[in-house]
Design a protein around this ligand. Structure first.
Ligand SMILES: C[S@@+](CC[C@H](N)C(=O)[O-])C[C@H]1O[C@@H](n2cnc3c(N)ncnc32)[C@H](O)[C@@H]1O
Length: 243
């Protein structure tokens, strides 16, 4: 039996033992004291603005795309799709990066508010057309704002080729396995001061340690974003990245 299957069976057993509630998607998590004492007024301010923007947004127009999980695009809190464009608006981001394109829901959500002449560069190891449940269409790329690269920027050689994109970014959404490696590469090539870095799934067991280790100013905003955890980080090249 493969390790993932054993983990899933163990998780199901734990949830049964502890009387966890039923839900369409359940994950194990652990409550811990927060490691990291750096208060960030910038993150508090950004997040306050972002939730007001998210509250006003309606992304249900994309449900007609009919792809995987599109019925979740306007669910907020619970999913991050309304918060992401909220964050774009809060900081007036014009250069945004996503690592982990998958079915394109976050792309659609952020494109919804990104102005003309802005850019959303999304990375995945699979071309978007190969995802059976994609919600993207060729027309989403037509005006030039959305660009996709099939590239693994956790690889230093690949990151070197894309360094300029990262150095100029206002906001970077990290949503692919190997989160720590992407952060290390970002540190190496030098991301802009105060760039807003968003990390998905920080409450999942496998990513909680990473969230704890981050030594930069950070804010866990999971209750008003993705149920699996959303973390905001205020990037600083002068401070150490990890404890
Ligand atoms: C959770 S999904 C992303 C979901 C998407 N960001 C959203 O919110 O709609 C994770 C994606 O990361 C991709 N991935 C895995 N390893 C990667 C890597 N090294 N670089 C970029 N993408 C990667 C997977 O192919 C998958 O599509």
């Amino acid at each position: 039996m493969d390790t993932d299957k054993i983990k899933r069976l163990n998780a199901a057993l734990y949830m049964k033992m502890w009387g966890a509630p039923n839900a369409p998607h359940r994950e194990l998590s652990v409550l811990t004291t927060l490691n990291g004492k750096k208060h960030s007024t910038l993150l508090i301010d950004t997040f306050s603005k972002a939730i007001k923007e998210a509250d006003k947004l309606n992304l249900s127009k994309y449900e007609v795309r009919g792809g995987e999980n599109v019925d979740r695009i306007n669910v907020w809190p619970g999913e991050h799709y309304r918060l992401l464009p909220g964050l774009v608006k809060a900081i007036n981001a014009t250069k945004v990066i996503e690592i982990g394109t998958h079915n394109g829901l976050a792309c659609l959500a952020m494109l919804d508010v990104l102005p003309k002449d802005s850019s959303l560069v999304t990375y995945d190891i699979m071309p978007w057309q190969k995802f059976k449940g994609t919600n993207l269409k060729e027309e989403d790329f037509k005006d030039g704002r959305l660009v996709m690269h099939n590239a693994d920027v956790s690889n230093p050689h690949v990151m070197d080729q894309h360094a300029k994109v990262f150095q100029e970014a206002d906001m970077i959404f990290v949503d692919a396995p190997g989160r720590a490696e992407f952060l290390k590469q970002m540190k190496r090539i030098g991301v802009k001061e105060k760039c807003l870095v968003i990390i998905d799934d920080i409450r999942l067991w496998e990513h909680q340690k990473l969230w704890q280790r981050i030594a930069l100013p950070k804010l866990d905003v999971s209750s008003l974003s993705h149920f699996s955890g959303t973390g905001l980080v205020e990037w600083s090249s002068k401070e150490k990245l990890f404890y």
